[in-house]
Design a protein around this ligand. Structure first.
Ligand code: GLV
Length: 330
């Protein structure tokens, strides 16, 4: 029996790549930058499997041009780069990598929160560039953290892990929004399910962990920043388009809020001359929440397991569209 053909849209850790290569003929995109959508479409045209990254758009057009494709294994927990309804309509299974990057992502949310709150970006730049002249009683003053109020927007796995760190570590009171109340968060963290406007008005720190979808796109605009405290710190580790960036930049410039820490932006990469980079009270990381050796290995393992299950015709261990089961491509 011939081996299935798989396109892997970037080099991923050997933990996953070797497992895939043991069962399939693998074509790995060798460049640091992603393939263009035309090239992606060409390379996937005769493949049964695709390992995509969050930078690869898996569109209806790609699916139509890849009649043998049976499984898309996304090397990410988020899958807004994949047209899932189109995959389901074509009988193509979609997998993702939840769970294994929860801790690493919560760590980055806390890192950004601390860095923005204590003005670490400004401090290190000033120190390096000769503006550290003496110990200044009024220099680089940030905000306190202990015992303050944290607002988690989207109390899923990562929101919970972030709240757990800040509640147990800094004694923060936790407010959250979610489609439904989360009894675990209420019980273990004393968290309170509230409306978004209440969360914005009462929180000292607002950390965003919601999925990107039609309801959450542009969720944070001028009005939401106006509702926050002038001392508030805003953190986003979910997806850039949840935030209206010009509104965020205006709020940071005007002091409507104190600071922001972002691991995600729109677009990515953010151009080096973007105005957010010019604001001293904005700390920006290049979408690195899952970037630890152990986490990326675990993501690669899950990604391979999803892909290989899809090729065998088995249920995917982390299956985004189990509703495709009824019409899977053979
Ligand atoms: C990263 O942003 C992911 O969705 O895994």
């Amino acid at each position: 029996m011939s081996r299935p053909k798989v396109f892997v849209a970037r080099r991923i850790p050997d933990e996953g790549l070797n497992r895939i290569a043991a069962a399939a003929d693998v074509d790995v995109w060798p460049d640091r930058l992603p393939p263009s959508s035309d090239v992606l479409r060409e390379r996937v045209a005769d493949c049964e499997g695709l390992v995509s990254l969050l930078t690869d758009r898996v569109s209806a057009a790609l699916l139509a041009a890849a009649p043998r494709l049976r499984v898309v294994s996304n090397f990410a927990v988020g899958f807004n780069n994949v047209d899932v309804p189109a995959c389901t309509a074509h009988g193509v299974c979609v997998g993702n990598t939840p769970g294994v990057l929860t801790d690493a992502t919560a760590d980055i949310a806390v890192t950004l929160l601390l860095a923005a709150t204590r003005r670490l970006g400004e401090c290190t730049t000033d120190a390096k560039q000769g503006r550290w002249l003496t110990w200044e009683p009024l220099g680089w003053l940030g905000q306190d953290l202990a015992g303050r109020t944290l607002g988690i927007v989207g109390m899923g796995r990562i929101g919970f892990a972030t709240a757990k760190r800040l509640h147990h570590g800094w004694g923060m009171k936790v407010l959250y929004t979610a489609r439904t109340p989360k009894p675990d968060a209420d019980r273990k963290l004393g968290a309170q399910h509230v409306e978004l406007n209440t969360l914005l008005a009462e929180s000292d720190f607002v950390s965003v962990h919601a999925d990107l979808n039609q309801t959450t796109k542009g969720l944070f605009g001028a009005e939401q920043f106006r509702r926050m405290k002038p001392s508030a710190v805003f953190v986003n580790t979910s997806r850039g388009p949840l935030v209206d960036q010009p509104a965020l930049a205006a709020a940071l410039r005007a002091g409507t809020i104190f600071a922001a820490g972002l691991d995600v932006t729109e677009p990515e990469p953010l151009p080096a001359d973007h105005e957010l980079f010019t604001l001293p009270n904005c700390v920006i990381a290049p979408h690195v929440a899952s970037a630890t050796v152990g986490t990326r290995d675990a993501m690669a393992r899950l990604c391979a397991e999803n892909l290989l299950a899809g090729l065998r015709g088995d249920p995917l261990p982390h299956w985004v569209n189990p509703e495709a089961a009824g019409n899977r491509r053979a």
